[in-house]
Design a protein around this ligand. Structure first.
Ligand SMILES: Nc1ncnc2c1ncn2[C@@H]1O[C@H](COP(=O)(O)OP(=O)(O)OP(=O)(O)O)[C@@H](O)[C@H]1O
Length: 337
């Protein structure tokens, strides 16, 4: 058994679809689905992370798939703790006398009770001290912005379970709105579209793949197609069809329009001094759904502001949380202690 005096400090982004972990001096060492597979009878855990996700839609009745984070917050405390414990052990295997200090990203709309659940799950899973940081604020650090400055930053954080629109200044949230809609809802829209319009039933992992590979709001992509395999709705036989980008584009239109509505609501609540910063600097688009082709251009055109997106927007928050873990003073500036 490994034995050490001190475990390395960690940062965690406990996402609805994906858990990411940053290890001190090493960077992002884990990015795996927030999924567990359990025995239905005795609740014994059979698989966690990527291995568990690959089992979705393929398990017999006695095996169940669970996602312990829903819409960005813990829905099953014990499973979240088990998942954290598994990843903590993967990073710092064996026994440590001094447990790690942990920075955890949380959604901005989180309640005190939900915040407590995150803190407790992290402590029970083996951390000695927990600092919680708003995910959108962490993302600003992650892309190299300076949210500690007295300057307004508009962020759109587009995840799997929720989408947050925030204005940040002096390390705090000045105005925000949360849309309880994200990438998971788009996957379901794609599943429904295929069932109703194409008479083919596909699993949720296939729907997510179609979203990543084919979904686009760019006109020039409209004829791009993809072969999709599933089950015929009428006779339950295996079926293969071709789907084009243009056909599935409506699966994201309601979401895109709701985001724009939310941006206007947040801008209305933003003090004028900060609005002028946003007019000059544009906005930050972060989270995995910022990867959807054409979404950026669609929003930019309507709200008439330029967006900044990193190469891997799904990792912005965890990279920022890692920076905070390595240099907490930058984050703790202006925070009430
Ligand atoms: N290239 C891509 N194209 C489209 N969608 C993508 C792409 N990459 C990731 N996504 C989607 O982004 C979402 C995951 O984003 P992210 O990891 O930021 O969310 P999360 O942290 O798990 O969720 P939340 O912040 O809501 O708790 C998933 O719905 C995933 O399918």
């Amino acid at each position: 058994m490994n034995f050490r005096i001190m475990a390395e400090d960690l940062a965690i982004d406990l996402g609805t679809s994906c858990i990411k972990v940053f290890k001190k001096n090493e960077g992002v060492v884990i990015s795996e689905p927030s999924v567990l597979v359990l025995d239905h009878q005795n609740k014994e855990i059979k698989a966690i992370g990527q291995q568990a996700k690959e089992m979705i839609g393929k398990t017999p009745d006695e095996i169940i798939v669970q996602r312990p984070i829903e819409k960005g917050v813990i829905s099953d405390f014990n499973l979240t703790e088990a998942m954290l414990n598994y990843f903590f052990q993967k990073i710092n295997p064996g026994f440590s006398v001094v447990q790690p200090r942990v920075v955890v990203c949380v959604p901005s709309g989180i309640t005190d009770i939900e915040q407590r659940a995150v803190e407790d799950a992290s402590l029970h899973a083996g951390s000695r001290d927990v600092i919680m940081v708003d995910e959108s604020l962490a993302a600003c650090f992650g892309v190299g912005l300076t949210p500690e400055d007295p300057r307004g930053i508009l962020t759109l954080n587009l995840g799997a379970g929720t989408s947050e629109i925030c204005v940040i200044s002096l390390n705090g949230i000045v105005a925000s709105k949360t849309l309880k809609m994200g990438g998971d809802d788009i996957d379901k829209n794609i599943q429904n579209f295929l069932r109703e319009k194409k008479k083919i039933e596909v699993g949720i992992n296939t729907a997510e793949l179609i979203k990543k590979e084919l979904l686009s709001l760019r006109l020039k992509d409209k004829d791009i197609g993809m072969e999709v395999e599933g089950r015929d709705v009428k006779d339950a036989q295996p079926k293969r069809i071709k789907v084009t980008s243009e056909e599935i584009a409506p699966c994201i239109s309601e979401f895109a329009d709701s985001l724009i509505e939310m941006i206007y609501l947040v801008m209305e609540k933003t003090p004028p001094e900060l609005s002028s910063d946003i007019k000059n600097d544009g906005f930050l688009m972060t989270g995995g759904m910022a990867n959807v082709r054409g979404l950026r251009e669609y929003i930019e055109k309507i709200i008439n502001l330029k967006a900044k997106i990193s190469d891997k927007p799904e990792l912005d928050a965890i990279k920022g949380a890692g920076l905070i873990m390595e240099n907490p003073d930058r984050f703790l500036k202006y925070q009430s202690r």
